[in-house]
Design a protein around this ligand. Sequence first.
Ligand SMILES: NC(=O)c1ccc[n+]([C@@H]2O[C@H](COP(=O)([O-])OP(=O)(O)OC[C@H]3O[C@@H](n4cnc5c(N)ncnc54)[C@H](O)[C@@H]3O)[C@@H](O)[C@H]2O)c1
Length: 252
Amino acid sequence: MNIKQKVVLVTGGSGGLGGAHCLSLATAGFKVAVAACNHFDKAKVVVEKIKQMGKPAMALKMDVSNIDEVEESISQVENTLGPVDVLVNNAATGIVRAVTIVKTKMQDWARDITVNLTGPFNTIKCCLPGMMERGWGRIINISSIAGKMGGAGQCSYATAKAGLIGLTKTVALESARKGVTCNVLVLGPMDGGAFHEVAPEFQERIIRTTAVRRAGTPEELSHMVVFLASEESSYITGEAIEISGGAGLFTF
Ligand SMILES: NC(=O)c1ccc[n+]([C@@H]2O[C@H](COP(=O)([O-])OP(=O)(O)OC[C@H]3O[C@@H](n4cnc5c(N)ncnc54)[C@H](O)[C@@H]3O)[C@@H](O)[C@H]2O)c1
């Protein structure tokens, strides 16, 4: 694919799936900024692996919920690797929490909405002007089937992930004629990251809701991330693309 040393910023790059995206994007030829809020050590490990491949990368400490920190981090990326051409909004909280709305604590609701929805708003707000000015950009948001179908015990997470689909379509409309695309990946269970924190019997129950009866591999997801980040995806924008092994299908 036509990558031409473009710069990609991955939020939550220290996470299970975020780390996999960083490695796939580096393999494809992108310069990768691996952003992490907590677990900064894990982001450094990802960067080390990329550097061992002989490719440029940097680790960044960035809390997506703090717009000043986002702004500062993006200028760090610009100074080190170059302007951000591709933004992958992968960071999230509340992925495996299962608490009914009645018992949901205000602080958990606020944190999930702030990280999972205001976070992408902040990063897009800071990266989009430069992308539009340069006439090229790719924004890839990571949502969940909980945002499309609802999720029992996941009111804040599902609400934020549903909002991300609306945000994606709006940004796509506002930037399409400036060479920027914005799409959202709607994930089912993936064999990595937060899914590994779910108790085995619940993993089994979730997998039974997929038509293929298994979790997706991080690579099955990262290939789509790389494609959407490339030149070749230029006519795809505003799409909510489900990568879920058919989790939305009628299966029994
Ligand atoms: N694993 C799955 O089965 C699954 C299913 C559906 C959707 N997803 C989505 O995939 C994405 C990655 O999830 P994962 O499974 O790798 O989970 P993960 O918990 O391993 O990764 C989440 C990452 O977000 C980071 N993060 C949390 N708060 C942050 C903040 N304020 N600022 C910056 N970073 C912050 C964490 O440090 C972590 O690196 C998430 O958006 C999640 O909603 C995952």
